[in-house]
Design a protein around this ligand. Structure first.
Ligand code: 9MR
Ligand code: ZN
Length: 540
């Protein structure tokens, strides 16, 4: 196999393919002419894939065009492109995917093309703790291939998108053709508002935020409008409340330039959630009741969520209470480099470092904090550079990192490297950018499974994501722009367990099968870091 980025490369970027058989290779242009003949350099055994590999460096090919690689055994790669605009359409489709997740409204043909459907899940939902109480909580995005809506993953996905917009506004100028397009507000903010309006409905009078809104059991494979099972509002958790506080404070700052009244509502919601957290300093967790099997998003620690909330509230208000909380939580032993829903302490770093970079904090950020966050991010970036060098496919992943939704780990690491690049200059910056791009190259095909993990992107892109509408709509191809969860070293869905032999190397534990929810699902928070990463590289 010749694995490479099946979408393609920026002209000036590093370009490396991975060969599992050959060593000599040719780069062929669209007219089949060899434009480069070279030897790949031997890497040897790669643990995560179990492959013996050689790395073909063809970075010197810079002219825009379509190409493919061939090795001395006649093996050929997928066709790819070199272009200054190579990740533009990709970013737009990654963003558009959120529109397709909209719940509670019809997806009209004008925006959804063939993927239209009538409004879904418009009935009131019942409080799990008291079925006599019904509330109007429609809206928001379906979380994933299921129809649930969960606060923590929602807050994290919105935050990724808003940080991307804050840091790289120039990458969000184009319309993605959604109902609000052309209203004078960038579409990324129009889309996030759809989720934020729903989140606002999920807060209780006392400031606490409900953990999730789902049916008791996952829906069968039916279109969303056909899922008429009752929806329940599950109890408040401290994790959901803190994630919510952080996201709302961040959003208040972003939307203020467009809609003052909306920004005020967001900030009030954030402050009230913080009030609940102060009244409940102890951890309030969430576990599924025994008669419920929808997503749990359980997390045994809420200190990182509180840290992120304190950071965003301080940056947005400049108030002393939040500064004190931020300083105290900042001294706790938290990683400060993770961007996923379990550990959001990296989002506190993102918040503080972005505000410092953009000079948007209401009051000065304490020097010590700034230094700690910066050091944590740069130390992790350095570690990831080494990790990438020790992988035959150049992705910054150790064999043990192939967890459920491993592509999120890949992308969150790409995000961290992009942030590190933003904070540095010269050689160091160039190095972080190079390694950040390698995460995208892996996602789009430079991997041992040989797949591009984004639907619609690449000759061998996944086509059967675990997504209810995709399975039920009778349309052959899924909508483009969905990131699949990717390889999982210990897959746990029935189809995968039956089909993937024990001992398969982690990077190859993947199947493009609609029933493989532990390998091939889609989620809002697997697409959001991909938007961040592509937006970084679409700045000019
Ligand atoms: O993304 C989640 C992953 O990190 C967990 O290991 C897994 C099992 O708890 O759950 C994943 O989240 C799923 C959620 O529970 C329900 N919606 C679909 C999500 C993606 O598979
Ligand atoms: Zn719905």
């Amino acid at each position: 196999m010749i694995a490479l980025n099946q979408t393609g490369y920026l002209p000036a970027a590093e370009k490396k393919a991975v060969l599992t058989k050959g060593k000599s290779f040719w780069v062929l242009d669209a007219d089949n002419r060899a434009v480069l003949e070279k030897e790949a350099s031997w890497f040897g055994f790669d643990e995560a894939s179990g492959d013996e590999v050689a790395i073909a460096d063809f970075s010197e090919i810079r002219s825009p065009g379509r190409y493919r690689l061939r090795d001395e055994n006649g093996e050929e790669s997928c066709t790819f492109e070199i272009s200054e605009r190579i990740y533009r359409a990709l970013q737009k489709d990654l963003q558009k995917a959120f529109y397709y997740q909209r719940c509670g409204c019809a997806l009209a043909e004008q925006y959804a093309g063939v993927y239209t459907h009538p409004a879904c899940h418009t009935e009131k939902a019942l409080l799990w703790e008291d079925n006599g109480v019904a509330k109007e909580v429609s809206g928001g995005w379906h979380d994933a291939g299921d129809y649930g809506r969960y606060i923590s993953p929602a807050a994290v996905a919105v935050a990724h998108l808003l940080y991307a917009f804050k840091l790289f506004p120039e990458s969000f100028g184009e319309s993605v053709n959604i109902p609000e397009s052309g209203n004078g507000v960038p579409d990324i903010l129009n889309e996030c508002r759809y989720e934020l309006e729903w989140m606002l409905k999920m807060q209780r009078e006392d400031g606490g935020v409900y953990h999730k809104l789902t049916s008791a059991m996952h829906a069968d494979f039916v279109m969303p409008q056909e899922d008429t099972s009752p929806f329940y509002i599950f109890p408040v958790s401290s994790m959901a409340t803190a994630d919510y506080a952080a996201c709302m404070a961040l959003a208040a700052g972003v939307y203020r330039a467009y809609d003052e009244a909306f920004a005020d509502r967001l900030l009030r919601a954030a402050v009230s959630a913080w009030g609940w957290l102060e009244a409940h300093p102890e951890y309030v967790g969430f576990h599924n009741p025994s008669n419920c099997n929808t997503g749990e998003y359980d997390d045994d620690c809420d200190r990182d969520e509180r840290l992120w909330a304190a950071a965003e509230l301080y940056l947005e208000t400049g108030e002393e209470t939040y500064q004190k909380a931020l300083e105290a939580l900042g001294r706790e032993p938290l990683g400060k480099t993770d961007f996923g829903w379990t550990d959001v302490s990296g989002l506190a770093s993102m918040a503080v470092l972005a505000a410092d970079y953009l000079q948007t904090a209401k009051k000065a950020i304490p020097e010590k904090l700034l230094k700690d966050f910066r050091e944590a991010v740069l130390a992790e970036a350095g570690r990831l550079v080494k990790q990438s060098e020790s992988c035959g496919y150049l992705v910054a992943m150790a064999p043990g990192d192939y967890v459920w939704g491993s592509n999120m780990v890949v992308l969150n690491r790409g995000m961290l490297l992009a942030l590190a690049a933003l904070l540095t200059g010269g050689e160091e910056k160039a190095l972080y950018e190079r390694v950040a791009l390698r995460q995208l190259h892996y996602l789009l095909g430079t991997n041992a499974a040989g797949y591009s993990y984004v639907t619609g992107y690449g000759e061998n892109a996944c086509r059967h994501p675990h997504n209810r509408p995709t399975e039920c709509d009778g349309i052959e191809l899924p909508m483009p722009g969905w990131v699949s969860g990717g390889p999982f070293r210990t897959p746990c869905d029935e189809t995968a367990v039956r089909s993937i032999p024990q001992g398969t190397p982690p990077m190859k534990c993947y199947l493009d099968h609609a029933m493989c929810y532990s390998l091939n699902e889609i989620t809002i928070y697997w697409n959001s870091p991909a938007v961040f990463l592509t937006a970084y590289f679409n700045r000019s």
